[in-house]
Design a protein. Sequence first.
Length: 320
Amino acid sequence: MLDNRSAKVQNENMIAWDDLRHFLAVARTGSTLAGGRSLRVSQTTTSRRVSALEDAIGFALFERKPSGFTITPAGQTLLEHAEAAESAVERFTDCAGGQVRDISGLVRVTALDIYAFTLLTPLLSDLHRRHPSLRIELDTSDQARDLAEGAADVALRVGIAPSGRGIVRRKLAVDSWTLYCSRSYAAAHKKPSSAADLRQHSFVGGGGPEVWRRYSSWLKRHKLEEAVVIHYSTCPGLLAAVRAGSGFAVLPCFVADQDEELVRCLEPVANEASGLWLVTHERVRHSPQVRAVYDFLAEQLSEMARAKRLDCSDAWIVAS
């Protein structure tokens, strides 16, 4: 007869699958040492898991003898059910793996090129390895694509919260921009002691219409428009010039802070209203391929936002 504890567990259905795995391993090998080895865990872990299962159900599954563990009649009765549970878990795992392998089709992703080339390109390679049947079309236009009209499936956007009928969004980070240079430039030039000293340095301009719009407004506020000595029409050109030590540039922190070649020179003034957003549309959000891309990018970019902590010890902090 089951005691009160086992009746309670039976009613609440609280048996842990991991405990059943250890029960099966000991039943098949005759000891916690051999069972632990078969599961690649310690003997202590296996012993603890079996004891936890016995405590949960309210009776012993094994007789402990110097020669090993002998399964009890009650344990023998449960063994076939544990094996059935094992088979069910294996079928579930195989089915889930099949669902992952079977995710396929085209997903169109859009982002400004400064984010696409620096953040998304390596992530999309990882995504392809996870879902090799997926095809990704990456659009780096400065124009915001209309997700409601099907111009794209997933978008990485900056600014205020994207809105519109059916828009599904997730904020990944605050969209802060500030001044950067290369480590080589910082090492070769005298550290400026004030914002006025920046006029004695070279600036690299450009980066495309949207990047330049934000960048040039910063230059105007600090009366530094004349300090721009070379202008690149594309983001790759701008980033290459800054990395090569050509001068300063104003860049989005989420991008530049991931680049070990760049040094932050000014602390940004955070604007909580402006963010980096991952966006899709209700029309496609439940599509398996779109969901796979959206969830993967959300996971990876959110982790980058949480994990990257800036070391500003060598930054050029300039008073405004």
